[in-house]
Design a protein around this ligand. Structure first.
Ligand code: SF4
Length: 311
């Protein structure tokens, strides 16, 4: 068990090298991520508007609505002074779902102006005092505007932690895991990064290799080939045989540290025959891909190549 301790029953645990786990995800996120405009701002009003809009609507469509909304009402003062009918009309024109959300947003802007002198509260608890702002939205605004939130635990985060660390399907366990994982005082980048992982890599049908998932070396699902999750009750169907063997290589090298490639071959498939169809040639191809992805090193200086995880 790691010092990043987990549940009382000891059925799962986070890896001992937790700082490497965290760094890998943050680096992956910072290298490339979907460029939503609300990720470029730390203005709590702009973030609140994006959160309220995206509860009902696909993110790509929210971009236009969000830009139009902020052009029209750039600050809480502008929104508070607007006619409620205009705000609701805007909501309907942009097909943003329940009109109540427009009314709540208008009301919340009034609260910020009247009760908080135009400055948003900064903690999840205080943010929940605003009209229509529940725990999830309050935490998102605290994280993304003030870097002051807890770990987000949404469907994406549950799917990821279930697959990677075998966290059982239980809300309390997910919350413990998500908060243990999040580095202190880094809720802004962390919550963005883990949600991005669930949004573009660890999707219902996962894209482990295609998306260059930074958690492959720690991921239980990648190594066992079982990609079910709380919201994915049956094994997703995908073209999986190369991925399956890449996963087995990673799992085997974690266990044995380093292996000569024939030994590795025999450990990952029973029908491994060095000169056969599934032999050295085939294994070298997989190892070359894993090397290119920065996951494995192959030492070719001796008579037989030795493979190990990259450190
Ligand atoms: S390796 Fe695959 S299953 Fe595991 S976290 Fe990454 S995308 Fe998800």
């Amino acid at each position: 068990m790691s010092d990043a301790e987990s549940d009382a029953d000891g059925e799962w645990s986070l890896p001992d090298d937790l700082s490497a786990v965290r760094e890998a995800l943050i680096e992956w996120y910072e290298a490339d991520h979907r460029a939503f405009p609300w990720r470029e701002t730390d203005d709590p009003y702009e973030i609140l508007v994006s959160e309220v809009m995206s509860q009902q609507t696909q993110l790509d469509r929210v971009v236009t609505a969000w830009n139009d909304f902020l052009d029209r009402w750039p600050t809480t003062a502008d929104l508070a002074a607007a006619d409620r009918a205009d705000v609701v009309g805007f909501w309907t024109d942009h097909s943003l779902g329940y009109n109540n959300r427009a009314k709540y947003l208008h009301e919340a802007a009034g609260q910020v102006e009247d009760e908080y002198d135009g400055a948003f509260p900064e903690t999840p608890d205080e943010l929940q005092e605003l009209m229509g702002v529940g725990p999830y939205t309050a935490n998102a605004v605290a994280s993304f505007a003030f870097n002051n939130g807890n770990a987000v635990v949404d469907t994406n985060v549950k799917r990821v932690t279930y697959r990677v660390f075998d966290v059982p399907d239980d809300d309390t366990e997910f919350e413990v895991a998500a908060n243990e994982l999040m580095p202190d005082s880094e809720s802004r980048v962390w919550n963005n990064a883990i949600m991005e992982l669930g949004g573009v890599a660890c999707t219902q049908t996962p894209r482990c290799d295609e998306a260059g998932c930074p958690w492959r070396e720690w991921c239980s699902a990648y190594q066992t080939g079982d990609f079910t999750a709380p919201d994915v009750p049956t094994q997703p169907s995908f073209e999986g045989s190369r991925r399956q063997f890449r996963g087995r290589i990673i799992g085997t090298l974690r266990e044995y540290d380093e292996l000569a490639i024939d030994t590795l071959g025999h450990r990952i498939r029973v029908d491994y025959v060095p000169d056969g169809e599934y032999g050295r040639e085939w294994l070298r191809g997989l190892l070359a891909d894993l090397e290119a992805d920065g996951l494995v090193d192959v030492d070719r200086s001796g008579t037989e190549p030795i493979a190990r995880l990259q450190r």
